[in-house]
Design a protein around this ligand. Structure first.
Ligand code: NDP
Length: 483
């Protein structure tokens, strides 16, 4: 049994604290022991990060970028091995890990490695004086991750932070503590000096300590809305900068002029990718009444062909949910949906695939006949549960889609260009996808509005989030004082 520790500069740092178990979600077996980071160790890690950050920030963006580009290449070359670790962490299907989730990590390193050299400021002229602005790094930044996309989350936060000249400390979710070590190793091999990417392990105690520590300048969380609120409170005394990537209950609107095949395909992937454990999933599927029956019949037919089972089998579409607790929560929501009067049109049960009887698998599940006030429609389930709702006209669809305190993603299916723009413009969410879903290229910002959070991952906006603006004013003449 391997034991993993706090990790600095590619080296383990034992803390002597009681390790916790890391389980493989597909079998429920313990596959690793993880030693939490002690609070004394955290002080050390932060101090070393602060020291290393000074020299890192003094390098040119080009030099920093080269390290990230080398790390991206190392991770890309190891995509298969890395994906296996991501699967051990999350229990998701390897086909998804290899093709999308894991490559999105090095994609971010590649993107931010490329633009690290290009952080323009502004230039201002005055009579006898000039002024300019620069983006300067914040210092030591921390990431706190959710468990659904551990490679992506670590890289989406570390890449802009490092590109901008910060040191980065990552706390993965306790459920998915493994894959971050692969990223740390790649960065070390790529030449990242010790102290600039460190891993701390543990639960909310260590997360809270990161928020409260005066040596940390910024915390970026990917997690639930309630955790986001705690992060703000815990960060208040040190007035930390905070980015929050939180949950969602996103709408997907299927208009009567949509290509039906595409709409069904998009709805399935917007609900069942990563067993539905995706923050931006389009779980409230609004379908125009005139096509609702046909749409539902196709959704049900194609859902039946989704293969659930051994996550390491490349022919499997859907792997396990993250934990027994989470599986039970999802199954409980399915019971709530039935009790609320929604029609169970597909799935609804735990699955016990042969050889994986103790794993946390749930059938892809479709509820139809849903209404807006049902709990399965209002609350984030974070599992493979789609709710289908019917609407009659565009204004109604938009206002019902917006009737939520979440605002992470939204999708619409239409063949009308005018409608695509008109509706996209009215949807209250950080991202809108038209005729597709959950596509997040690294140069396009991703993040929430309303209670789905603030700040952005990816793009130049993320780089801004890991820097602040310094203004410099230079008087070109002798100083003429009043006294
Ligand atoms: P949680 O909010 O439970 O946890 C997220 C992280 O925060 C974990 O590392 C957790 O530690 C840590 N944490 C918990 N409490 C505190 C605290 N008081 N102070 C500091 N850190 C703390 O989310 P889950 O891991 O359960 O992930 C699911 C949630 O994440 C869903 O709501 C989902 O929508 C959201 N999410 C959002 C995404 C986005 O980009 N917007 C993407 C992916 C997920 P630990 O669990 O180890 O104790």
């Amino acid at each position: 049994m391997i034991t993993k520790h706090t990790y600095v500069g590619g080296q383990p740092r034992p803390s002597g604290l009681e390790p916790f178990d890391k389980l493989y979600p597909a079998t429920g077996e313990v596959i690793a022991k993880i030693e939490p980071t002690s609070l004394e160790q955290l002080d050390e890690v932060i101090a070393e990060a602060a020291e290393a950050q000074k020299a890192w920030a003094a390098l040119s963006g080009t030099e920093r970028g080269r390290v990230l580009l080398r790390a991206a290449k190392i991770l890309q070359d190891r995509n298969e091995a890395l994906s296996r670790v991501e699967v051990m962490d999350v229990g998701k299907a390897i086909a998804e890990a290899e093709s999308g989730d894991v490559p999105s990590g090095p994609d971010a390193l590649e993107y931010f490695g490329g633009i690290a050299r290009d952080m323009p400021g502004t230039f201002h002229t005055y009579p006898g004086a000039v002024g300019f602005t620069q983006r300067v790094p914040l210092g030591v930044c921390a990431g706190i991750g959710a468990w659904n996309y551990p490679t992506q989350i670590a890289c989406w936060k570390a890449a802009p932070a490092l590109a901008a000249g910060n040191a980065f400390i990552h706390k993965p979710s306790e459920e998915t503590p493994l894959v971050a070590y692969e990223i740390a190793d790649a960065l070390t091999e790529a030449g990242l000096p010790s102290g600039l990417f460190s891993i701390v392990q543990g639960d909310a105690t260590i997360g809270r300590a990161l928020c409260e520590h005066p040596g940390v300048a910024k915390v970026s969380l990917t997690g639930g809305v309630d955790t986001g609120k705690l992060i703000i409170k815990q960060s208040a005394d040190t007035l930390k900068k905070v980015t929050l990537e939180l949950g969602g209950k996103s709408p997907l609107i299927v208009f009567e002029d949509a290509n039906l095949d595409d709409a069904v395909g998009v709805a399935l992937s917007a609900n069942f990718y990563t067993a539905g454990e995706v923050c931006s999933n389009g779980t409230r599927v609004f379908v125009h009444r005139s096509i609702a029956d046909k749409f539902l019949a196709e959704v049900v037919r194609r859902t039946a062909s989704i293969r659930v089972g051994d996550p390491m089998d490349r022919d499997v579409h859907m792997g396990a949910l993250i934990s027994e607790t989470h599986m039970n929560k999802v199954l409980e929501y399915i019971e709530i949906g039935k009790a609320e009067g929604a029609t169970l049109s597909a799935g609804g049960n735990r699955v016990r695939p042969q050889g994986f009887e103790n794993g946390y698998f749930v059938e892809p599940t479709v509820f139809s006949g849903c209404t807006d006030n049902m709990r399965i429609v209002r609350e984030e389930i974070f599992g493979p549960v789609m709710s289908v709702l019917v609407f009659d006209d565009e204004d109604e669809a938009v206002s019902r889609a917006n009737d939520t305190f979440f605002g992470l993603g939204a999708g619409l299916m239409t063949t009308s260009l005018a409608r695509a723009h008109r509706v996209a413009d009215q949807l209250q969410s950080g991202s809108v996808w038209v005729n597709t879903y959950n596509i997040c290229p690294p140069d396009l910002p991703f993040g929430g509005s309303k209670q789905s959070g603030f700040g952005r991952e990816n793009s130049r906006f993320a780089l801004e989030g890991y820097t602040e603006t310094r203004s410099t004013y230079i008087d070109l003449n002798n100083f003429e004082g009043a006294y």
